[in-house]
Design a protein around this ligand. Structure first.
Ligand SMILES: Nc1ncnc2c1ncn2[C@@H]1O[C@H](COP(=O)(O)OP(=O)(O)OP(=O)(O)O)[C@@H](O)[C@H]1O
Length: 237
């Protein structure tokens, strides 16, 4: 599913990712790392939203930076802040937009939008004004927009940040039931229990990659050691 070959990303001259090579086919992959370590940069590369400065990123055999249309079919990305993703005033417009981007005629897109809302028992949201929904509800709209497009891989960049406990649990249940492959970026390793693989990114490089339990344990131990030092010298920039 994921094939990164010597990927580097150097926006504005400073490297965010250095020479990352990675092959992965697990269904549930976690990504952890400090602030500024390169997690979001990696997410944007995987989704094809930015092209690597050097190297190549392929998802399901597609170079996602070069073939944007195929990338849209294969990869969905859910950002931490739904407002960075939402473009349209109503829920049905937001969900059907992605489907028309995939080439579905308006009638088909409308039908599939209705089906997606019904699947989440949210048919009554169709005409709702998105700005009147809560952050958790807007996050669910974004997730429905992505799921409607039936991607093979979904990238989650801190999907629970700012959500209350019941909303987090609800979204977590929805995510755990998905057939799609997930790459879940988080600062909270508890969300990665039961995952197939965890990758720890540090200063734009893979610091550790392996079984979820082993990597999250090493990561937490290291983060606690750094926390005890009580300084911010590791923050890049
Ligand atoms: N478009 C850009 N222009 C300049 N620098 C960038 C750009 N995108 C990322 N960077 C830099 O690359 C580094 C990695 O940033 P990134 O957002 O990927 O980190 P992160 O691990 O997601 O951080 P956080 O956990 O704080 O969200 C940072 O030093 C950041 O300032």
């Amino acid at each position: 599913m994921i094939d990164l070959n010597a990927v580097s990303l150097t926006p504005n001259g400073a490297a965010a990712l250095h020479d990352i090579s990675l092959r992965a086919n697990e269904r549930r992959i976690g990504v952890v790392g400090r602030n500024g370590s390169g997690k979001t940069s990696l997410a944007r590369i995987l989704a094809g939203l930015v092209a690597p400065t050097s190297g190549q990123a392929c998802i399901a055999g597609i170079d996602v930076a070069k073939d944007r249309k195929a990338a849209l079919r294969n990869v969905g990305i859910l950002f931490q802040n739904p407002d960075h993703q939402i473009i349209f005033p109503t829920v049905e417009e937001e969900i059907s937009f992605g489907l028309t981007q995939l080439g579905q005629p308006k009638v088909e897109a409308a039908h599939n939008t209705e089906a997606m809302l019904a699947q989440f028992n949210r048919a009554h949201w169709a005409k709702a004004a998105i700005h009147q929904l809560s952050q958790g509800q807007r996050q669910l709209v974004c997730l429905m927009s992505i799921l409607a497009m039936q991607p093979k891989l979904i990238i989650l960049d801190e999907p629970f940040a700012g959500l209350d406990i019941p909303t987090t649990l609800h979204l977590g249940r929805v995510l755990s039931q998905l057939d799609a492959h997930l790459v879940h970026i988080t600062h909270d390793p508890q969300y990665l229990s039961g995952y197939d693989r965890v990758i720890w990114i540090d200063e734009g490089r893979i610091a550790q990659d392996g079984a979820a339990k082993t990597v999250t344990k090493a990561f937490v131990t290291r983060m606690q050691q750094l926390g005890e030092q009580d300084d911010f010298t590791h923050l890049s920039g």
